[in-house]
Design a protein around this ligand. Structure first.
Ligand SMILES: C=C(O[C@H]1C=CC=C(C(=O)O)[C@@H]1O)C(=O)O
Length: 405
């Protein structure tokens, strides 16, 4: 075995495979992410050996990573990985030129050996807690749910609803997590690429397009993201037309955010948009909201808005309570962490919480993909189904890659 001093890694993948195999084997909790448009891969390891839950009073938390399911917990708490170790890797610099800034890995395994060990630890986990979510959702189940939603909207019980489905796909025997992370990073520069592993909860991999709340210094931001179509042609951002249904669907999410600001009597905010944005090979409509927390005297706006916003009408519906009750009654599976929120807290003086969308739960031999679609009065169930298929593909395409062992 080589010692820490003379260990040489061929490349980023080789280093990450060694780092992950060692930490997963030890039972550590791990979060790895790359923020939209960033050149850094950020790595957090919680080696406390304890699964922790905290109230998401973000401003008071030490550096960490939060993970909250779609449903509010009885105790209103989120899983919390504390940063026993935190560092970042510059994706534009060869790994051997930045070893001094990275977590030391004290033994060198071949990529193949590391991948086998990663899979052993990755899949040994997650047996507790969220098991009831393993359920197959047929096309008919989803279409029926959309029709029920449209019916409830026509009766005036709801304005908008976001039914979801789950889709089980087989994983190749040599599933290569690190290769999938790398592939997602390259494919989706505008997404929040994330992987997290909490032994008692499970392992998830995703590429979220949606910020729930972000705070940096005195700046707070959030966004309303909705309306989906496939990006086609040379310049989809300029040449896309949106239907009334999609415009309304997104406007309802913006209205939801503005209603939250109203609840706390916050009047000074900037709203820009909606504009067309690219998320993978999909287009959405997005409006950005910004608040100066110092000027408005709202130092805790991050936590306050997190509580008010989640789950937004981009993943649940409007009115929130009625939409939530509708999904609880009619959606036949547990969303688990899908459409919950995840992200780094107080790391480098920034907090960035994303909606857990375009995501997969990694299981032994298979993955569960999740996707929802915003339904309004004018929705076509068949089209909503196709939309969820496209959303599932965003992650699904990057799981069973050519085996590179
Ligand atoms: C619920 C999802 O996306 C939301 C975010 C953007 C566009 C959406 C839509 O067009 O329905 C959804 O509201 C999902 O990806 O599963």
């Amino acid at each position: 075995m080589q010692t820490a001093v003379d260990i040489q890694f061929d490349n980023l993948e080789h280093y990450l495979k060694n780092l992950l195999s060692l930490n997963l084997e030890k039972g550590n909790q791990v979060a790895i992410w790359r923020k939209p448009k960033s050149q850094f891969l950020q790595v957090l390891i919680d080696s406390s050996g304890k699964t922790k839950k905290v109230s998401p009073q973000l401003e008071e938390l030490p550096s960490g990573f939060v993970v909250h399911p779609f449903e509010d917990q009885v105790d209103k708490k989120a899983y919390y990985l504390e940063a026993s170790t935190y560092f970042k890797i510059d994706l534009q610099i060869p790994i051997d030129e930045q070893m001094g800034n990275l977590e030391r890995v004290k033994s060198l395994r071949s990529p193949k050996e590391s991948t086998i060990l990663i899979n052993k630890s990755l899949f040994a986990s997650g047996e507790n807690g969220l098991r009831e979510s393993y359920f197959e959702c047929s096309k008919q189940d989803f279409v029926d749910l959309v029709e029920k939603g449209i019916h409830a909207i026509r009766k005036g019980e709801l304005n908008k609803i976001v039914p979801a489905k789950l889709k089980k796909i087989e994983l190749n025997e040599g599933f290569d997590l690190v290769n999938s992370i790398k592939s997602l990073i390259q494919a989706y520069p505008n997404a929040f690429i994330n992987f997290f592993h909490i032994p008692e909860v499970g392992s998830w991999l995703g590429a979220s397009p949606e910020v729930l709340i972000q705070t940096k210094g005195e700046h707070f931001s959030t966004m309303s993201l909705a309306g989906t179509q496939k990006a086609v042609g040379d310049n989809p951002l300029k040449n896309t037309a949106w239907t009334q249904k999609e415009i309304e669907e997104q406007a309802l999410v913006s209205r939801y955010i503005v209603d939250c600001f109203k609840k706390i009597r916050l009047r000074e905010y900037d709203e820009v948009g909606p504009k067309t944005v690219l998320a993978g090979n999909l287009l959405h409509l997005r409006s950005d909201f910004k608040v100066n927390m110092q000027a408005t005297n709202f130092p805790q706006l991050g936590s306050v808005m997190l509580e008010l916003l989640h789950p937004t009408s981009a993943v649940c519906g409007m009115p929130r309570k009625e939409a939530f009750d509708f999904l609880r009654t009619h959606e036949k599976f547990d969303r688990s962490l899908f459409a919950g929120f995840i992200g780094p807290v107080n790391i480098e003086e920034e907090t960035s919480i994303y909606v857990n969308l375009r995501t997969a739960r990694l299981m032994d031999g298979f993955a569960i993909l999740y996707a929802g679609a915003g339904v309004t009065e004018d929705s076509d169930p068949e089209k909503e189904w196709e939309e969820t298929e496209m959303k599932c593909d965003i992650i699904g395409q990057h799981l069973n890659l050519q085996n590179q062992l």
